[in-house]
Design a binder for this molecule. Sequence first.
Ligand code: GCW
Length: 725
Amino acid sequence: MKVLKTASSLLLVVVLLLQFTACKNEGKNEREEPDVFTYSTEDESGYDLWLRYPTVSSANYLKKARELISYILMPDTSREVLYSAYSELQRGLSGLLGTDEIPTKEEIDKSGALILGVADDPIVSEIASKNSLSVTDTDGYLIKKVNINGSDATLILGQSDSGVLYGAFKLLEILSTQEDISSLSVSDAPKIKWRVLNQWDNWDGSIERGYSGKSIYDWGTLPKIKDSRLTDFARANASVGINTVVINNVNTSNNYINSRYLSKIAAVADVYRRYGIRLALSVNFDAPSALGNLTTNDPLSKDVIKWWQDKTAEIYAAIPDFAGFLIKADSEGRSGPSKYQRTHAEGANMLADALEPYGGIVMWRAFVYGDVAKKLSDDICNQSYEFFKPQDEQFKDNVIIQSKNGPRDFLPREPVSPLFGGMKQTNMGIEFQITQEYTGQNTDLCYLVSQWKYYLDFDLMLNDSPKDIPTTLSQILQGNIYSETNTLIAGVSNVGSCESWNDGLLSQANWYGFGRLAWNPELTEKEITETWIKMTFNNQEDVVNTISKILYGSWELYESYTSPYAMGMTAAVSNHYDPDLSYRNSNGTICVDRAGIGNNRSSTSKGNKTDATAQYSEELAAILNNIDTCPEELICWFHHVSPKRVMSNGKTLIDNIYEGLVAAPQAVSDMKTAILSLKGEIDDKRFAMIVKDFDEQYNNSTRWSEAMIKFFEQQTKITCTAQGS
Ligand code: GCW
């Protein structure tokens, strides 16, 4: 690859592995050559994300990989997704195998062929039937070593062309991470149907809660595509299995569905389609009156129904694989069915009817509180459940209720929203937030894969579950408990126009990890993290261990200095980043006084209580209600806990909080020291980008720590005596 061929390139770490590794092969003992490892530390901008494809670092592995694949059997490149699979393999393999181009052939005449296609394709069907190979799961794939008339070959068999594309990315991952290829046999398929990226991009180029520059969409220039950025964005998403992108903010302008601009939107959809990605749009509930001059937006009005039907038909004429509408209704000033005394089910079903003939879906957000929910509980965290639960069973099959992971917002830690498991007759999808609105805004490192895994593995203890499997959020989302047909995991994007896509280089891991979990929420944090590090940096043990250790601890570290024990929203309303402890109440914000820390949301304890626990299953509610059994990390969410309460580590609650606050800046410094130890092992440019962020995080954690200590001292009247190390 370029790196090895260019004379000017720096070749860096060359390690001779002096050990001889004996390996048994076909009954003979063979000795491998001593291995030589070569890593590039040529400067990189971060633009290539985890799709860098540098030449395989181990000389022995490189030899085997070159034997495995020496040419590609030319697939039918008139099929655009198959062509993308081919071109990604061409790009990736030439990089990984250190060659200009991988030769292509029309037939198999020697070992080393890479064959790709679906079961109906001519050569593929012959190989598949001879070897009894098949892939039945939607968008699934199989990668297998096969023998064709004496020649060894590698087959990527997809259930669909998208399946082939996913298989192609998997093969490139296997080679990049240098997994064993001696007997290749890998199969996989997505566990979630709709794997969606939600961009909160605005028509004017800004991004709501975006911390990585401007929007990647230039509406002035489109439909002309000026560079490869949209294609590279699609490649990155497809590489982690994302198959739908909502390109605009839920607080949206109506321009996106204005007939004048549809050709621009269609041009974006054309790019995404080549990577198996369907475009979706956020829409306003009052679009009929705003765009169509109708006098009402009542979902039961004939005119309104017709307006949406016509608009939907117009969109499908321009974008035949359009995925559907995402909608924020009756929330934070957006219009909704309540104005017309209609239910959300009536509103959502009207849109669903319009989309149904084309196979489209409605992603209806459950982020509804305040005005319409006012008659409900005073506790804002109870309102979404109280509002939607009575409408369970009323939504059509192509409606998915999209709820944030927790009942409040995207705070550093919340319990899982009780809507999951509560809405048993409705397709429930989750909305995670990849952009770090409340979790450091790309300056403070916060590895959200840890947070998402915490939620996904949380058992909601659904005692009426019809299946004999743990009722974790992950199982519910996969449709394994209540058999939803339209499963969905969405994530609010952290991508912007800055060169490295995510300002805060390590935040790229959140984008990557989101996609992997949306594909398979059962994956472990370790599998995701180590693969990301190896592909983004390199395979050196030291690099993998150091960066993974930093990532793993970062969420709980952020939590310790901003919102320990799920105590609520401590960040300023103005920017959701700075500490603001000047107010307190029990509505999901902070409540700290001499008697306790946290909100009393239990059903059983005395005093002001909000009964939030009653929204969970009986078994889980009993655990949450009892302060002695409530999980400690959530204790201040559900209880007003005495600062002097002795916690499981033998220290009091307030001492634990103070110790966390005092230790935080030092912990940030330690992360920086750990990264500094990698100098020379990764390229200088990206190394400097990472180091810089820790300096800012150090200042931020110090500021937070001081403000929080002052606040706790003032409210609890207990002086902080914790010492830094
Ligand atoms: O948390 C709030 C955010 C808003 C966002 C809203 C929502 C898009 O601060 O910026 O608006 O949630 O999710 O709709």
